[in-house]
Design a protein around this ligand. Structure first.
Ligand code: BG6
Length: 479
């Protein structure tokens, strides 16, 4: 494998989300979030799409976020392991309802604020830079009940207040921020992305794009507050990325691939360039969508654009306009894709496309000309623990080595990339399925899909591999 060169100070590390690791779902004064209502099994998908009949956990279901991997209590031990790997950065998210249990309380909850102070202090003790996502898929349930979540303009105000409290409290500790995790997920998993619950017969597009507008304005207001309160901080957007390939060179397929990409770029176009692109306005017209915008919105979006483009990359996507080809679909981070005959898939049907990583990074940089931050990438796989307590996860090393090598190529291409935080450096609850058995970690956690296990942590083979990668600043990717 070719020697790779990464810039000095490159932010190597891992990425987590509060609801997938913390557990302690009602401890320390925390309020209920939408993720706390997502059980494992069949029901989960229905709910994630916004077909929600109860806004309370229901009898007879298992809710993996309630305990997760208990990071709320084990963060010191876990951070020590990240430090042992040499992490330069750890991406975490803050749970909105730890800070404001109802989402819109008059005063923040001190116990919640203190918890993240403790986490940041622990990271800084080891020289690990905290990278903080303000909202990672968890909307306060109270705001869903009272306001219909992001369909209401009120949420903009509540989010701005929440973000402002965070900037004020953590201004001395956190220099890298992101507003909404995978903001484009709102179009695919509406309950997850924006806490939207639909009633029969509603125009879902109207509601989704109205909610999107609210999130975009809220994001810009958070950028504004961040720049005012922490002038030396960087605040980014976060896109679930992965370029869409046309199945053939038929111009219809090419156009369809462009449209698919624009469905996602739309969000980042607004967050990074500061205005709605022409194709989005046309989409609104063609679909008779009437998006309510306030007179000040144009100015807010224009003047408070993001400093960097955070993105996740797991897989590329393929589209076609041929109904026969469209039958050959595969999964992949919720974005349905036609199967790519040139590529292999993970055990969960996600296409494995390292070259696509370079393509995606180049495409994003060409489009935005802003630094990129890879804040998620990894392989969800089943791991076996040997009788002597080892996990030989060569498949994970292979996946990561090939992807990191392509990031190095992108850097050689002139793409500015400030860091790489792989997803789930310790095994965590899967966002899409709620499973524990879909593991991404360098550190194994003894827990199964039903919640059984000691929660004991074990270093996998990839733990030692990633340590070597970081130590060599990406030069040594050998297994
Ligand atoms: C991203 C999310 O979509 O993909 C994470 O930001 C998520 O929260 C990750 O965990 C991997 O997806 P999954 O479904 O394998 O956990």
């Amino acid at each position: 494998m070719a020697k790779t060169k990464f810039p000095e100070g490159f932010l190597w590390g891992g990425a987590l989300a509060a609801n997938q690791v913390e557990g302690a779902y009602l401890e320390g004064g925390k309020g209920l979030t939408t993720v706390d209502l997502l059980p494992t099994g069949e029901k989960r998908f229905e709910l994630m799409l916004g077909k929600v009949d109860s806004l309370r956990p229901m009898e007879g279901y298992f809710y993996p976020s309630h305990e997760a991997i208990d990071f709320y209590h084990t963060y010191k031990e876990d951070i020590a392991l990240f430090a042992e790997m040499g992490f330069k950065a750890l991406r975490v998210s803050i749970s909105w309802t730890r800070i404001f249990p109802n989402g819109n309380d008059e005063q923040p909850n001190e116990a919640g604020l203190q918890f993240y102070d403790d986490v940041f202090d622990e990271l800084l003790k080891y020289g690990i830079e905290p990278v903080v996502t303000i909202a990672h898929f968890d909307v306060p349930v109270h705001l869903v009940e009272q306001y219909g979540s992001w369909r209401s303009r009120e949420l903009v105000k509540f989010f701005e207040r929440y973000a402002t409290i965070l900037f004020e409290r953590y201004k001395g500790k956190v220099k890298y921020w992101m507003t909404f995790n995978e903001i484009n997920m709102l179009l695919h998993l509406q309950f997850v992305g924006a806490g939207l619950v639909f009633k029969e017969g509603e125009d879902q597009n109207q509601i989704k794009y109205q909610a999107a507008h609210h999130q975009l304005v809220a994001s810009s207001l958070a950028v504004k507050a961040c720049h005012e309160i922490i002038p030396d901080a960087k605040i980014g957007c976060m896109l679930a990325a992965g370029s869409t390939y046309p199945y053939t060179c038929n111009p219809e397929d090419i156009y369809s691939a462009m449209e698919k990409d624009r469905e996602s770029f739309f969000f980042i176009d607004v967050q990074s360039r500061g205005e709605y692109p022409g194709y989005a306005k046309r989409f609104f017209r063609d679909h008779n969508l009437n998006i309510q915008m306030e007179p000040e919105d144009e100015e807010i979006l224009k003047n408070h654009t993001v400093d960097y483009i955070g993105f996740s990359y797991y897989a590329s996507r393929v589209t076609s306009t041929d109904p026969e080809i469209l039958k050959q679909m595969t999964g992949g981070n919720v974005f349905g894709s036609v199967e790519n005959p040139y590529l292999e898939k993970s055990e969960w049907g996600w296409t494995i496309d390292p070259k696509g990583f370079r393509i995606t990074a180049n495409q994003l940089y060409d489009r935005y000309q802003k630094p990129l931050f890879v804040v998620e990438n990894g392989l969800g796989a089943v791991d076996e623990v040997t009788p002597d307590g080892e996990v030989h996860d060569d498949y994970r090393i292979d996946y990561l080595a090939k992807h990191v090598a392509e990031i190095a190529e992108a850097i050689e291409d002139g793409v500015e990339i400030i860091g790489y935080t792989s997803w789930g450096p310790i095994d965590i609850v899967s966002a899409s399925t709620g499973e524990m058995k879909k593991r991404y970690g360098y550190i194994y956690v003894d827990k199964d899909n039903e919640g059984n296990g000691t929660l004991k942590r074990l270093k996998k083979k990839s733990f030692h591999w990633y340590k070597q990668v970081i130590q060599s600043n990406g030069e040594n990717l050998e297994n």
